[in-house]
Design a protein around this ligand. Structure first.
Ligand code: BDR
Ligand code: CA
Length: 322
């Protein structure tokens, strides 16, 4: 299996991602770090523990991390994820332990102890990951790559220009994208591409398997939101969002990638948090080299959405084979 750590701000689609990561045999989940984002940090930790119980996860170290962005004022995303962060899904309290260390320290220890370089799957604002890179440069060679859900080549979602995770902590995203560590930027283009149609969501909701039923509830919540956003095809369909980022680690053949430098717009104003992806090849308009071949960042331009959604459904619906 591929050794991974997950950084989450659980979150309806982070919950879908956790279900996939726990249930899919291709991944070895070494640790989970929590960051403030969709909901406040205490709620993120609580949601994460409950979703892990639901998924039947073995004990896996979990820790609470950065409660707010480096510079930005924290922003609430309950308009997308509901008051608790899990839409209408209600889960029983968890007895699962939380490590008595900061999530950045948990990540450091986990990366240094692993027998091979680890893939960091970042599904939240990048505050924890940025602090890790800045505080503990000794972990850099222990990171196989950072696969981050964040940014966009085109339109944003939090604002016209910016995707939520990058908009929430633009400075952290800039640190990660310019760190020199290999990064895969899974932005809004693939994010909205892997979708589950309305009939399949309803079918999940009727399943005897509690994990499938929970996935149905989470997707039904997202269907309402994404319909408002107008980014997903098909009435009542939902994008699996963050879960697609986990699927991309399990099966990289789902992705169409392009190596390109990416910077984050940091100035105040309408472009703050926008990921500026330099897709020019060779010489730029001004005659300068764009250095795309040397970039440490690969941007996901497109995704096989149907296969990605199938991978997800096969793992979370016990009726189907993985
Ligand atoms: C991202 O922001 C959050 O709302 C989702 O969980 C996802 O990580 C999408 O912009
Ligand atoms: Ca998220």
């Amino acid at each position: 299996p591929i050794p991974v750590v997950l950084d989450v701000d659980t979150g309806v689609d982070d919950a879908l991602a956790l279900l996939l990561a726990v249930r899919h045999p291709a991944l070895e989940l070494l640790a989970i770090s929590c960051a403030g984002g969709n909901v406040p940090i205490a709620q993120v930790v609580e949601n994460t523990r409950r979703v892990l119980d639901l998924a039947g996860a073995p004990p896996v170290p979990i820790a609470a991390g950065m409660h707010r962005p480096l510079v930005e004022t924290p922003q609430d995303a309950s308009y997308v994820h509901g008051a608790t962060g899990l839409g209408a899904l209600e889960l029983p309290p968890s007895g699962r332990e939380v490590e008595p260390v900061h999530a950045v320290e948990l990540l450091r220890r986990t990366l240094l102890a692993a027998s091979e370089p680890v893939t960091v799957i970042a599904l939240a604002p990048l505050t924890n990951v940025a602090v890790l890179l800045r505080m503990h440069p000794e972990v850099l060679p222990r990171i196989a790559r950072i696969v981050m859900m964040g940014g966009a080549v085109g339109a944003g979602n939090a604002t016209a220009a910016a995707e939520f995770n990058v908009w929430h902590d633009p400075e952290a995203a800039e640190i990660v994208l310019t760190s020199g560590v290999p990064v895969v930027m899974y932005g809004l283009e693939p994010f909205y591409r892997a979708t589950v149609p309305a009939e399949r969501i309803a079918q999940l909701g009727r399943s005897a398997d509690p994990v499938a039923r929970a996935a149905g509830s989470l997707l039904a919540h997202l269907a309402g939101v994404t319909e408002d956003e107008g980014r997903v095809d098909g009435a009542g369909a939902a994008a699996i969002g963050d879960a697609g980022t986990v699927a991309a680690v399990i099966d990289p053949t789902l992705l169409q990638l392009r190596r390109a430098p990416v910077r984050v717009a940091l100035a105040e104003g309408p472009t703050r948090g926008c990921t500026v992806v330099d897709l020019r090849s060779g010489l730029g308009a001004g005659g300068e080299a764009t250095k795309d071949a040397e970039s440490h960042v690969e941007v996901v331009l497109d995704l096989d959405g149907a296969r990605c959604a199938e991978l997800f459904l096969a793992a979370v619906d016990a009726g189907a084979a993985v």
